[in-house]
Structures are given as structure tokens and as C-alpha cells.
Design a protein around this ligand. Structure first.
Ligand code: PBG
Length: 327
């Protein structure tokens, strides 16, 4: 590149049309996945305290939000179940019931929006009385005994009509266990989106309020990843792909853009980033104080996640920004 005055990088920044022409990264509504919290009970649309604008929906009120999602041309949703304490037990058995809350929601959504891609979060923490993502024995979350239960849940979601199952528990070997169980039941065509590099993050705080899934003792550091480790994240992703993951995820997104970029450079499977609850809450809090311009920074955030290398972004901002972005 010849230096100034031959080269002037400002030439291509002079007008909106020129800037648009040379823009390297574009976020489309087609890249977005919208999370939904499904709660027991009827006639419920309950706002989540630390996530203004996000609600818990009962199955009967779901059509209201699903119609908005479809109208906004958002292509996919990610479902989470929220249970009353009385519905939980030590092993999370409510998670694989045919009439479980997520299973009911899947059927309801398929009736009104058959073309909407339904992804389900597969984990035990929303269903266990202790709030951990696996079975607890002697105060520890045990790995291998948990796999069978995750597989049961994934099969049950798929039987109800889920299009993609997404294990978020971080047990070793869960992708292989779920793949084998799905295949055994004849669901050879159901893809697995692995929460492959999921870090033990403080940014999940608001979600745990939303899903009532805070661990009753200890924390998740013995199964979720240490935020300090990027090389280990690549090993997690590599293993999940070897076990049969069709798509992989890095979570959270913003403090882990380097991990997204490294994963993009190394692997050719579709890469998903989760713009998590705490990232959303920070934006909403600053906007509520009048400190930031919401539309502008949300587009900047989503663009940065895509620029880092994500193909798809799970984000609570999806509905708010859909109207303002390219289709
Ligand atoms: C369940 C799960 C969590 C999130 C997604 N799936 C919480 C956790 O691991 O504690 C977090 C999502 C968010 O913060 O938006 N294991």
C-alpha cells in the first residue's frame, strides 16, 4: 500500500452510500435466535426483573409473542423451561415428561408457526431441586450418570417436535450420548447445537433469576469453563465436533470475542454466539439511565460478534432490533 497522500482511507468513508458499499460485516435478522422462557401455569406474562422487556410466558399466552417473532422474520427460538419448586426433584425428571412444559410449548409453537425453527436448551438445572446441571452425589455433580438423563430429555424434546437440541450442561461426553440416543430412537436427522465453550460466567446472573436455576449450594466452576482459558475452549469445541455436534457455541459473547475468532479460524461448522442475559441487562440499565443510545449500541454489539466470526447470535435484543436491521 502506497502511503499518504496517494492512499487516503477516508475516501471510502465520505458518504453513507460509500460506507455501505464497502461494509465488511452485516448483521441480518436472519442471523438471530430469540430465547423464550416458558413457565408453568396459565395466563402468565411476567416481566423478568433484571431483564426489562423479557417475560416468562405460560403455554397459553405464547401465541402472542410467537406471532411477533414470526412477523419480525426472526428464524429461530431457543426454549427454556421455568418450574415451580414443587415440580423439581433431585434428578430433574420433569424435564423428560411427555407433557413437560417445554414439550407443551414446542407443540403449541409448531401449531401456530410450523416454519419457525425450535431449538431447545437441554440441561437439568431448571428442573433439579439443587439447581445443578447434573445429578449430585456426595456434594459433587457426577458426570457419567447425568448423560443418560440429558439424553432422555433430548429425545423427549425431539419427539415433541424440536428441530435442534442444544445441551448446555457441560458434562463430558454428552454430545455423543445424546447423538446415540437420538439415533436409537430414529431421530437421525435431528441436529445438535453444543454449548461447546461455555464459561463459568458472572454474566448469567439475570438468567438464573429468569429461570429460577441458581444452584442451591456451590457454583458451576467444576463443570463450566474457567474464563481464563482460550486454548481449552478450542479443545472443548473440537471434542464436541468429534462427538457429533452439528453446530457449536461460544458463551458468553462479548468478553469472549477472542474465543469466537479463534474458533472461526479453526473450525468449519456453523458457529453460534450467545449474547447472554448479563450483557443484555447492562445495555438496558445504561439505556434506562439515558447513558447510551440503545439502537446504536445493540447494532454495534451484534456487528462485533459477527465480525469476530459468529454465524448466528442468540440474543434477547432480537425482537427490539429486528425492525431496524436488514432483512
Ligand atoms: C442452563 C443455561 C444457562 C444459560 C443458558 N443455559 C445458565 C447457567 O448455566 O447458569 C445462561 C443464559 C443467559 O445468561 O442468558 N445451564
Amino acid at each position: 500500500m502506497s502511503p499518504f497522500p496517494i492512499t487516503r482511507l477516508r475516501r471510502l468513508r465520505a458518504t453513507p452510500a460509500l460506507r455501505d458499499l464497502v461494509r465488511e460485516t452485516r448483521v441480518s435478522v436472519r442471523d438471530l435466535i430469540y430465547p423464550l422462557f416458558i413457565t408453568e401455569g396459565a395466563n402468565i406474562r411476567q416481566e423478568i426483573g433484571a431483564m426489562p422487556g423479557q417475560f416468562r410466558w405460560s403455554v397459553d399466552t405464547l401465541p402472542r409473542i410467537v406471532e411477533k417473532i414470526v412477523a419480525a422474520k426472526i428464524p429461530a427460538v431457543l426454549l427454556f423451561g421455568v418450574l415451580e419448586p414443587s415440580s423439581k426433584d433431585e434428578i430433574g425428571s420433569a424435564s423428560w415428561r411427555d407433557d413437560g412444559i417445554v414439550q407443551q410449548a414446542i407443540r403449541a409453537i409448531k401449531r401456530i408457526a410450523p416454519e419457525l425453527v425450535i431449538i431447545t436448551d437441554v440441561c437439568l438445572c431448571e428442573y433439579t431441586s439443587h439447581g445443578h446441571c447434573g445429578i449430585v452425589k456426595d456434594g459433587r455433580v457426577v458426570n457419567d450418570a447425568t448423560l443418560e438423563l440429558l439424553a432422555r430429555q433430548a429425545v423427549s424434546h425431539t419427539r415433541a417436535g424440536a428441530d435442534i437440541v442444544a445441551p448446555s450442561d457441560m458434562m463430558d461426553g454428552r454430545v455423543a450420548a445424546i447423538r446415540a440416543a437420538l439415533d436409537r430412537e430414529g431421530f437421525t436427522e435431528t441436529p445438535i447445537l453444543a454449548y461447546a465453550a461455555k464459561f463459568a460466567s458472572g454474566f448469567y446472573g439475570p438468567f438464573r433469576e429468569a429461570a429460577a436455576s441458581t444452584p442451591q449450594f456451590g457454583d458451576r466452576r467444576a463443570y463450566q469453563m474457567d474464563p481464563a482459558n482460550a486454548r481449552e475452549a478450542l479443545r472443548e469445541i473440537e471434542l464436541d465436533i468429534e462427538e457429533g455436534a452439528d453446530l457449536v457455541m461460544v458463551k458468553p459473547a462479548l468478553a469472549y470475542l477472542d474465543v469466537i475468532a479463534k474458533a472461526r479460524a479453526r473450525f468449519d461448522v456453523p458457529l453460534v454466539a450467545y449474547n447472554v442475559s448479563g450483557e443484555y441487562a447492562m445495555v438496558k440499565a445504561a439505556v434506562a439511565n439515558g447513558w447510551l443510545d440503545e439502537q446504536r449500541i445493540v447494532l454495534e454489539i451484534l456487528t462485533a460478534i459477527k465480525r469476530a466470526g459468529a454465524d448466528l447470535i442468540i440474543t434477547y435484543h432480537a425482537l427490539d432490533v429486528a425492525k431496524t436491521m436488514s432483512q
